[in-house]
Design a protein around this ligand. Structure first.
Ligand code: SF4
Ligand code: SF4
Length: 248
């Protein structure tokens, strides 16, 4: 990539999911970015976060490393990559040396990948920090923090008693995780939901049908045959005005 700042958490996770035993990211020296974006700080933050996530799911965090150097430091680049390759060879293929098994890793990486947008929203402040010393990134994120992050993942749920089938949330959901249609109570497919929270804010406050659930299990989805809204006394009702309804 043209800039280390373009490396996304999903790229790193995909590399491991496809069987890479290690991932190395090379970026410009901190503070020497030619652009106002300073993407190398972003890469440093992201790598720090990903290393803790790898540790959390049972991988040696040494399998992911970042190095900072200028385009004129070919010798440093060669030495850094050489050291990295030696480290990975010592660690061996993923799944050895007391790490998570490849089968378990696939499941864990798929789950973390699904949560990438959520993780980036929750950790936005720290992911945009600029620490001056590269060594400070070692402890930018803590393992306890990551355990808390995954222990308090939010879920979004549409209360069937409040949903008025206005369809606003389903149009705004970025991953088409909301099932519904005209006169159909909307339901979130929890397997598709990336927990961005858009539906919570999109649902008109007069309906307030979307709720955020932390820690507790999400109620089961309303059966398809019970999702149709039968509006009564609709003559004269304005669009999106709550109406009485009966479920078959
Ligand atoms: S939180 Fe809501 S808008 Fe975001 S992905 Fe999940 S269902 Fe869609
Ligand atoms: S925006 Fe709210 S009321 Fe409208 S369909 Fe979605 S959950 Fe139902």
């Amino acid at each position: 990539m043209m800039c280390s700042g373009r490396v996304d958490m999903a790229h790193i996770l995909r590399a491991f999911a496809k069987g890479a035993d290690g991932v190395f990211i090379g970026g410009c020296r901190l503070g020497e970015c030619n652009y106002t974006t300073h993407g190398n700080y972003h890469a440093a933050n992201l790598t720090s976060l990903c290393k803790k996530i790898l540790e959390h799911i049972g991988l040696n965090p040494q399998r992911l490393q970042i190095g900072f150097m200028s385009g004129g430091e070919g010798n440093l680049f060669a030495a850094t990559v050489d050291d990295f390759c030696k480290t990975i060879k010592e660690l061996g293929p993923i799944g050895r040396a007391g790490e998570i098994s490849p089968a378990q890793l696939r499941v864990a990486l798929a789950e973390v990948t699904r949560l990438v947008p959520y993780i980036k929203i929750v950790k936005h402040t720290k992911l945009t920090a600029r620490l001056e010393d590269a060594a400070d990134y070692d402890n930018h994120f803590s393992l306890e923090e990551i355990e808390q992050l995954f222990g308090e993942v939010v879920s979004y749920y549409i209360d069937p008693a409040k949903c008025q089938a206005c369809m606003i949330c389903s149009k705004r959901c970025p991953v088409e995780a909301i099932e519904g249609g005209k006169s159909q109570i909307h339901v979130i497919d929890q397997d598709k939901c990336i927990k961005c929270g858009t539906c919570l804010h999109a649902c008109p406050s007069r309906f307030g049908a979307v709720t955020e659930i932390v820690g507790d299990p999400v109620p089961p989805p309303l059966p398809v045959e019970k999702r149709t809204i039968l509006r009564t006394g609709s003559k004269g009702n304005k669009k999106n005005t709550p109406t009485k309804r009966a479920l078959p």
